[in-house]
Write a protein that binds this ligand. Structure first.
Ligand code: SF4
Ligand code: SF4
Length: 344
């Protein structure tokens, strides 16, 4: 905890002024996942922000996929089970995109590169009602993005369901009727009402589908697949969405990356997978690209429990290059891949 104080005091002091309303963005993790950030770590950051005269609240957004964070009220129950309450955290906990996950406002993209498939981003309402943003990210692998760090936390974590669906549109599942045994599970499980049974096979209404991937992940026959370039396009979209969120704060955002409980999969899934390396430490920066690149490099250099060498161990695990999101983010001008690592 003293380490958090030492490494975050300077960037926070450069950013937070007396009286600022400060959103502390934290992914609180899906029910059943045990790798999410411990509340005590978040409490420490909240306390520092308060000592600096800021008025913090802790926040995240509802998920696109239907589980126990799909609505704000479901999310707050899961947060409490994970030890996140106003009492433990020392600040209110607010779900940034409202009860159903549709409360936000559009930020158009001013620069588009690398074949990005979105033109605008619907950012969650709460981020328009604060002066400063502090982004706390648990660094771990991600099935589609290679890894999740600061950029993914900004891009997917600070937007509404519409903002998430737009970024995921390139991942829309493709149905293979030869594998389907007509069990009806996918139709019943689609929380967006985008599926019906036509005869004995499911059909997706493309206008209603939000690319939440519930049908893809849960079909017992594995009858859904994803487009070939889905992972690449998603990462490119992530970088663009991150740029939109940052633009709301004129680039003045503080990032802390926690390289602990470094596992294969995101905190969004119940089973996070195997541990890749021992805990590495905590990084802080005001550059989301540099902090993510330094995180990947440190994880690549750490002794691993798996027979996987760097560069990009996460990319090897998930069959993509984790650098796509970083390269696109640098082209968009939101940060630099180069960094100087100062060990404290
Ligand atoms: S869940 Fe899979 S097997 Fe069942 S109806 Fe849907 S596609 Fe077919
Ligand atoms: S059709 Fe599948 S991907 Fe689309 S919203 Fe329904 S469950 Fe989600």
């Amino acid at each position: 905890l003293n380490g958090i104080e030492r490494i975050s005091a300077e960037p926070l002091a450069q950013t937070v002024s007396v009286g600022d309303r400060v959103a502390v963005k934290v992914p609180i993790g899906e029910y059943g996942n045990l790798n999410y950030l411990r509340p005590l770590l978040v409490r420490k950051v909240v306390d520092i922000v308060k000592e600096m005269g800021g008025k913090p609240f802790v926040t995240d957004t509802t998920t696109l996929y239907p589980n126990r964070r799909f609505t704000a009220s479901e999310y707050l129950k899961t947060a409490a089970l994970h030890g996140y309450t106003e009492k433990t955290i020392g600040a209110p906990i607010r779900i940034a995109d409202g009860e159903k996950g549709y409360d936000g406002a559009i930020i158009p993209l001013t620069k588009i590169v690398d074949g990005c498939s979105i033109k605008e981003v619907e950012v969650a309402r709460a981020f328009f009602e604060v002066d400063k943003l502090v982004v706390l990210s648990h660094v771990k692998g991600h099935e589609f993005a290679g890894f999740g760090g600061a950029i993914k936390n900004l891009a997917m974590g600070c937007v509404t369901k519409i903002g998430k669906a737009a970024q995921h549109a390139a991942n829309r599942p493709i149905f293979n009727d030869e594998k389907c045994n007509s069990c009806n599970q996918c139709v019943e499980g689609c929380r967006f009402g985008a599926m019906t049974m036509l005869g004995d096979k499911p059909a997706i209404d493309q206008d209603e589908c939000k690319s939440c991937l519930n049908c893809f992940f849960n079909c017992p026959q594995k009858a859904y697949s994803l487009p070939k370039n889905a992972k690449e396009v998603l990462q490119i979209n992530l970088a663009h969405a991150a740029s939109a969120v940052i633009s709301r704060f004129n680039g003045k955002v503080v990032y802390l990356n926690f390289l602990q409980d470094v596992v294969d999969y995101c905190d969004c899934v119940e089973r996070g997978g195997d541990r890749l390396v021992n805990d590495v430490g905590i990084l802080s920066s005001i550059d989301p690209v540099a902090i993510d690149k330094a995180s990947l490099d440190l994880i690549d250099k750490a002794p691993s429990f798996k027979k996987l060498e760097g560069p990009d161990r996460f990319g090897h695990i998930h069959g993509t290059s984790s650098y796509i999101q970083l390269n696109t983010a640098e082209k968009l001008g939101i940060g630099k891949l180069g960094y100087e690592l100062v060990t404290i």
